[in-house]
Ligand binder design. Structure first.
Ligand code: NAD
Length: 442
């Protein structure tokens, strides 16, 4: 595709965020501070990364916006929904991620971001008690009301395009049910029949976004857009979708570290990952049904990088009736740490003649500080994809996600290996920029 086929990033870009908690308020504050020149958007690929285009004597290293038209930070207009009525300023203060000195300079702009009433169902996040919630007749009505919100936001702000990003709490686990999630018609029927068990509120947001011509990104591990019904809707509306679960702390380390074991042909007996965190996300994840959603997402990372069937000698023992290594992930709610998560990884590897060794990784991270640049990149790149005419699952965004979407109905496997994901990202940018997508995935 030549550069000319990608529409320019003209006009304003609306960014509607579902959930106005720690991640969203940190993201918004950072963008507003960066555009005043008061902070640097560290960690954002779209703002910093340079990739090679062309080959041999013709090769050049360019920033993304020198290759493809990416929306400018100055053109972003934020909006949000939340269960609690706190505006973005109050939310940033409450979250205690950023110091007041890093929030005050953009106080007025943050105060102006007032959350719209949430499409919420208490059964999907039992620990939340806010009352800034829509009154709805059924799931279909819930969707219609969100659509109306999007239209109103567009009208009031005059934005040209909108991207909807889910950075709200993790919902309880909704297993894919072919009868309801297998086709768009079935999903619509379930919404109209108010099937609360199979239609999560997040599905109403995703449906509304796509139906209103907005790309949708799932930043939590919810299975929302990981179902054929949503793929069908994305095809129909020609909109990009991406998900799921921001790849921030422990899983980022895992997907970057596992290749060391893989490339050196070392063996793996077990990988135990545990976390303590004390923010509202941690509180919601303390509920077993909500943690299940996260666990499924976190567990998927390793299995596609170190594949037991491919190397039974190296990864075929240690757990699960000796068919593969033991892989365990735990999250513990521990309020004193707030947003400063501590992750421990204990990796039991073995080497020459099977002799065991251990690796310990202790990552003292800041969850929202790691998630904010991902929000920015996912939003800007989804907007780019829409302008480039790309729709459906955006596999090139796997780089940013813990449990990347893939068409499991066609036997497609997710790419979790960080460096393979980076290659996919670079190739997509090259291609949208009219260059050859010339890097092979090894
Ligand atoms: N920070 C990270 O490193 C990271 C990584 C991966 C995924 N995530 C996910 O990102 C999400 C946000 O994390 P956070 O730390 O900001 O959490 P948070 O609890 O601070 O914020 C989430 C907000 O979403 C709101 N909410 C819940 N359900 C809603 C609904 N149906 N509609 C509108 N608002 C709703 C809550 O009231 C809350 O204010 C979580 O799902 C988390 O699992 C975060």
């Amino acid at each position: 595709m030549s550069n000319n086929e990608v529409k320019k990033a003209e006009g304003k870009l609306g960014v509607l965020v579902v959930g106005l908690g720690a991640v969203s308020s940190t993201f918004m504050t950072g963008v507003l501070m960066a555009r005043k020149g008061l902070a640097k958007p560290v960690g954002s690929m779209t703002q910093y990364d340079k990739i090679r285009v062309g080959k041999g004597a013709d090769k050049k290293y360019l920033k993304y916006n020198e290759i493809v038209p990416i929306a400018d930070l100055n053109d972003i207009v934020f909006g949000a929904w939340d269960v609690y009525p706190a505006n973005a300023y109050e939310s940033a203060i409450n979250a205690e991620v950023l110091k007041e000195k890093d929030i005050e300079p953009v106080k007025e702009e943050l105060i102006a971001i007032k959350p719209m009433k949430a499409a919420f169902d208490h059964n999907y996040a039992k620990r939340l008690t806010g009352d800034n919630v829509k009154t709805v007749k059924d799931r279909w009505d819930m969707t219609e009301q969100i659509r109306e919100d999007i239209r109103k936001f567009k009208k009031e702000t005059g934005v040209d395009r909108v991207v909807v990003l889910w950075a709200a709490s993790t919902e309880v686990y909704v297993p894919v049910d072919e009868k309801v999630h297998g086709s768009l018609a079935a999903l619509e029927a379930a919404m109209k029949a108010d099937d609360k068990e199979h239609v999560a509120p997040s599905m109403c947001y995703a449906y509304a976004a796509l139906a209103e011509g907005c790309p949708f990104i799932m930043g939590a591990p919810n299975t929302t857009v990981d179902i054929p019904a949503m793929w069908e809707l994305a095809e129909k509306t020609k909109m990009p979708i991406a998900g799921k679960d921001f790849k921030t702390g422990q899983t980022l380390v895992k997907s970057g570290f596992a290749p060391i074991i893989g490339t050196r042909c070392l063996g793996l007996n077990g990988w135990f990952s545990t976390n303590i965190l004390g923010n509202r996300d941690g509180l919601v994840l303390d509920e077993p049904a909500n943690f299940r959603t996260k666990e499924v997402s976190k567990l998927s990372t390793l299995e596609s990088i170190l594949v037991p069937e491919e190397q039974p000698d190296l990864y075929g023992h240690g757990n699960d009736e000796d068919t593969q290594y033991y892989h365990k992930v735990r999250i513990n709610y521990y309020p004193p740490r707030n947003d400063n998560k501590e992750g421990w990884d204990n990796i039991d590897i073995f080497g020459w003649m099977g002799y065991p060794m251990q690796i310990k990784i202790n990552f003292l991270c800041r969850d929202s500080i790691l998630a904010a640049p991902l929000c920015l990149d996912l939003v800007l790149l989804s907007d780019l994809a829409a302008r480039a005419g790309r729709y459906g699952t955006q596999r090139f965004l796997s780089f940013f996600l813990k449990s990347p979407m893939h068409d499991y109905t066609k036997g497609e496997v997710p790419v979790n290996h960080l460096f393979q994901q980076y290659t996919m990202l670079k190739n997509a940018i090259r291609e949208m920029g009219g260059y050859e997508a010339d890097e092979e995935i090894d």
